[in-house]
Design a protein around this ligand. Structure first.
Ligand SMILES: NC(=O)c1ccc[n+]([C@@H]2O[C@H](COP(=O)([O-])OP(=O)(O)OC[C@H]3O[C@@H](n4cnc5c(N)ncnc54)[C@H](OP(=O)(O)O)[C@@H]3O)[C@@H](O)[C@H]2O)c1
Length: 327
């Protein structure tokens, strides 16, 4: 698997990583054994980067990763976690004292003295412009609680604000064939600054696999049921902010662009991988087969210019009006 640098951490991570939101909650149930099987399949396929958060299953995702890494000593996996959404979204709560408490909990859950990377988890926008917040994050590094810090953002504007700070090691943002705006400024700015970029929700919550129809129903405790209109958190996190009916129809057109030998999901991942300035893409796999198929996208040949143009046309004609001005 191709590894790409995170310059400000002095580490490399696989171009296809693994998102682990689904191993916590919000996507229906996943047993611990099944979760470990997903992690094992990803690692066997060359994945060296896991993305988690303290809030996924209220710590369950972190604990599952911690147990897995203890069961497999010596594995070279960089684990990025996130903090800041277990409290009300109040900018005054993003203090050094709270950062210490939040990272202590994640260190315990993951079973490590020092976190590889901690990301601010879509905090209120004012947090990205606060000198005190970056001073506190620098202190976490000085205290060896974390090797480095980054941000996970909703909007391109938030990403650009964070990239301008010298200590920001990474920026995580939604990027997929239904979310093209980060290509305009965020990826070029990050590349110029040496900031790593992490593409989340790469399959638009599964839409881009082309497997769903208008009749598809998700579990009650799956965010694709309860956050479809942004009822619980930012609407952009569910189906990339695309209305489900529009998304199903556009996904069918996207599936026709898949080259021979690649599934639509792999085509979406391949499209992301070849965007200049992209460090790693973190699809959320629900079973070992999905984890293996996603990792295999790294070895596929680049998409042709004709396919890239067709993806842009699809975005412009069917998706752009719904999402481009919002995130
Ligand atoms: N605010 C934040 O920082 C934030 C927010 C969202 C996500 N994230 C991170 O980003 C990661 C990825 O995003 P996501 O999980 O929301 O969305 P995603 O990766 O776009 O979609 C995940 C879904 O795609 C389907 N899928 C995955 N691989 C597949 C394959 N090979 N073939 C067929 N279907 C496949 C599965 O759907 P089925 O369930 O139908 O099988 C899976 O549940 C998360 O796990 C998390 O680490 C961060």
């Amino acid at each position: 698997m191709e590894q790409r640098p995170l310059p400000r951490l002095g580490r490399q991570i696989s171009v296809v990583g693994l998102g682990t939101w689904q191993l916590g909650a919000d996507w229906g149930e996943v047993s611990q054994n099944d979760a470990h099987a997903v992690l094992a399949a990803a690692v066997q396929a060359g994945v060296t980067f896991f993305d988690t958060a303290d809030v996924y299953g209220d710590g369950r995702s972190e604990q599952i990763i911690g147990t897995f890494l203890r069961d497999h000593p010596g594995l070279e996996v960089l684990v990025a976690t996130k903090m800041g959404r277990r409290v009300p979204l109040d900018p005054h709560l993003y203090t050094l004292e709270n950062f210490r408490a939040w990272t202590d909990r994640s260190r315990t859950n993951l079973g490590v003295d020092r976190l590889d990377l901690v990301q601010l988890h879509c905090p209120p926008p004012a947090v990205y412009s606060s000198d005190a917040v970056y001073d506190a994050l620098d202190t976490l590094v000085d205290e060896q609680r974390v090797a480095g810090y980054g941000v996970s953002v909703e909007t391109c504007e938030e990403a650009l604000t964070a990239i301008s700070r010298p200590g920001t090691a990474s920026v995580q943002i939604i990027l997929n064939p239904f979310r093209l705006k980060p290509l305009e400024q965020v990826l070029p700015a990050a590349a110029a600054a040496g900031v790593g970029t992490i593409a989340r929700v790469p399959l638009a919550s599964g839409l881009l696999t082309g497997r769903y129809s208008a009749e598809t129903r998700f579990a009650e405790n799956d965010h694709r049921t309860y956050n479809r209109n942004g009822e619980a958190f930012d609407q952009g996190e569910t189906f990339s902010g695309v209305d489900f009916a529009t998304g199903v129809a556009a996904a069918a057109a996207f599936a026709e662009l898949a080259p021979a030998g690649a599934t639509p999901a792999q085509t979406a991942l391949r499209w992301i991988i070849q965007q200049p300035g992209l460090t790693s893409v973190i699809p959320g796999a629900r079973n070992p087969e999905q984890a293996r198929a996603n990792a295999a996208a790294a070895a596929l040949p680049p998409l042709t210019d004709e396919t890239l143009d067709a993806v842009r046309d699809l975005y412009d004609s069917r998706i752009r009006a719904q999402v481009h001005h919002r995130w």
